[in-house]
Design a protein around this ligand. Sequence first.
Ligand SMILES: Cc1cc2nc3c(=O)[nH]c(=O)nc-3n(C[C@H](O)[C@H](O)[C@H](O)COP(=O)(O)OP(=O)(O)OC[C@H]3O[C@@H](n4cnc5c(N)ncnc54)[C@H](O)[C@@H]3O)c2cc1C
Length: 548
Amino acid sequence: MAKPVLLTVDDDAEVLRAVERDLRREYGNRFRVLRANSGESALDALRQLKLRNDPVALLLVDQRMPRMSGVEFIERANAIYPEAKRALLTAYADTEAAIGAINKARVDYYLMKPWDPPEENFYPVLNDLLDDWLASFRPPFEGIRVLGHRWSPQALEIKSFLAGNHVPYQWLDVETNDEAGRMLEGSPGRRLPLVVFPDGEQLEAPDASQMARKIGLRTRADQQFYDLIIVGGGPAGLAAAVYGASEGLRTVMVERQAPGGQAGTSSRIENYLGFPSGLSGADLARRAVTQARRFGVETLAAEAVGLRCQDSYRFVQLADGSELSGHVILIASGVAWRKLDVPGADRLAGAGVYYGAAMTEAISCRDEDVFVVGGANSAGQAAMHLSKYARQVTMLARAPDLAATMSRYLIDQIAAMPNITVRCRSNVVEAHGETHLEAISVADAETRETLPTKSLFIFIGAQPHTDWLEGKLERDEHGFILSGPDLLRDGRKPRGWTIERDPFLLETSVPGVFVAGDVRRGSVKRVASSVGEGAIAVQFMHQYLSKL
Ligand SMILES: Cc1cc2nc3c(=O)[nH]c(=O)nc-3n(C[C@H](O)[C@H](O)[C@H](O)COP(=O)(O)OP(=O)(O)OC[C@H]3O[C@@H](n4cnc5c(N)ncnc54)[C@H](O)[C@@H]3O)c2cc1C
């Protein structure tokens, strides 16, 4: 494969040479550095590269150029190489324009001239951008292939598992893909979905633990005993892992699907502090996992199914029958989408009725008409993401308008998309189809109509992942876990509470078992608040451990 290209554009020959020199010095061994002295010639170069199918990783462009400014060039280049990272080179006087461009042209970064010394002012930013690009870059395909039916719920699970764990895969629909037909020829009895690995091994309809073992995720604990056991690798669990391990706690994190949790399924998180042009959930998860690993956190691909206490020891039971033991547990198991309770929805789940699967399934909806149910930010993000593939996206929301439930920036983005329609005061009342979704019935106060569609994406409120804790921890009537002051009724401590003091903030009805994030009663359902709670919980764990 040809080396990916770094393209720099500047009309000032001296600056252009200097940028090229600095790029070659640092990246020349891994990337091909090309230069152009105008927006027009750079666009020509990009068109040529596209014809040859050469990857382009970075566009580094001077803002102030005659005829075509840097922002104008980037806007046009987006149409040719939308996945390339985009950075503007600006003079101090152009800072305003550069900040404006972050939103307008989705510029990833702006760099001030002069950038000397490059080790401080140039390479760190570009390293970050290129790492991001490499993380989502798909070279000509040589990896895992998944063969199955588009409407298979198991195929959806496998795809979500691989995507969540950042393992590249190629999806081959056996009904439409000739290559899949050729691969299955001669072995008609194969159970689908079939996963074919680069080493030739094939797994028929594997479950998450088989997949985890095969792709090299750890499923068994390394140590006999931990200071901190975390259940759930979403933002709350990851934050606790980073803070706990960095503060000296031997930490293990158990995650049954993929680190990142719900946040990992978000196409674009725009409100997380420190990322002015937003970042994808997958990117956030990848960064957090790397950070946790750096501090020595052990991550297990496993499902927690039980909790047990004995004296001051705490145990988490795993689905494979093994058990983890430690001093302190954090429950950060988050929430799942509430199920749509209408005829047909249950039967067609995973076969056209999807709960939060917009990232994995979007590509299958190319040129189709799809529906999104829900009026909060998650539904809005999904609609925006789907609109890149589907012909028409219709959002169905119960409320009279979106203003009360969705952020303004998202409402504006949706309004600007010609292929998204919002229907308020509307409910899905039935899902139709035999083997997969074929139509939905939608009703408002006066009318009921049946609309053909193959995909319905549902984002309607949350159900906590706490069934496995029934009878162990106090929960509210919806299953959310009670903590801290919520546990005191008329000043009385919770039933079975064994020690003198009151529960700490974020401590559950069992001393030494803490809770953080969306699964906690009264939590603010946001990435930043989950991260905050995960970090705060660790402080109370230190207090708990100091008295053991
Ligand atoms: C599509 C979408 C878009 C969103 N966009 C934004 C946004 O832009 N900004 C924002 O602030 N918030 C956003 N949110 C909300 C945000 O993602 C959540 O508030 C946040 O992820 C909650 O973090 P958490 O760690 O508490 O739980 P979760 O993210 O739900 O993570 C819980 C993890 O625990 C694992 N788990 C559950 N049970 C078990 C078990 N028994 N054993 C092992 N593992 C288990 C799950 O697999 C999951 O990975 C969005 C949510 C969604 C779904």
